[in-house]
Design a protein around this ligand. Structure first.
Ligand code: GRF
Length: 194
């Protein structure tokens, strides 16, 4: 029988959309030997399907729409305030589509990580699969990295790779990479817990 770690790492998961990476973390946290537990999900889009996933898993989910705030810092402060109600060790951005400023990043530096659907440092930003195919790459993948002020530039924790096949569309590639994302995020958390 795998051992249950004595103290689990408290996670906050930040999402904006469908939440399949959130789901992979929810599923991993159900394993007795997984070293972390999700304490709260924070979502900036009231219509995101990920909220439903959090609810189905019985997790607290705080919805804070960035549109309700006049500045990025005010939005971020609302998230910081919400997080302070929970015992959080590590914040995981999982398809969270807002660029964070130092106001949020600095107090969480080294404890704030993100998943990006490319083999960083290649293809930072959006439309990674389309750009990888257009560039004639033969390999793609995903990266878990620390979040720093430079977008998609923080230290890399872990990567998983997939081939790009001859007739791949961006959607084909996105699906192949997503499968690996779902393995990578729990794997990265196990690694960090060591
Ligand atoms: C993933 O591809 C992730 O790498 C990127 O946004 C997508 C989010 O998907 N940052 P989901 O919401 O986790 O399903």
């Amino acid at each position: 029988m795998p051992e249950t770690p004595s103290r689990k790492i408290g996670l906050a998961v930040l999402i904006s959309g469908r939440g399949s990476n959130l789901q992979s973390l929810i599923d991993a946290c159900r394993l007795p030997d997984f070293p972390a537990e999700i304490k709260v999900v924070v979502c900036n889009k009231p219509e995101a399907y990920g909220i439903e996933r959090a609810k189905q898993a019985g997790l607290p989910c705080v919805v804070i729409s960035h549109k309700d705030f006049s500045s990025r810092e005010a939005f971020e402060q609302a998230m910081l305030n919400a997080l302070s109600d929970y015992d959080i060790d590590l914040i995981c951005q999982a398809g969270f589509m807002r660029i964070l400023t130092p106001h949020f990043i600095t107090p969480w530096a080294g404890r704030l990580i993100n998943i990006h659907p490319s083999l960083l440092p290649k293809f930072k930003g959006l439309h990674t699969h389309e750009r990888a195919i257009e560039a004639g790459e033969t390999e793609a993948g995903c990266t878990i990295h620390y979040v720093t002020e430079g977008v998609d530039e923080g230290e890399i924790i872990l990567q998983r790779r997939v081939p790009i096949l001859e007739h791949d569309t961006p959607d084909d590639l996105a699906a192949r990479v997503l499968e690996q994302e779902h393995i990578a995020y729990p794997e990265a958390i196990r690694l960090l817990a060591k």
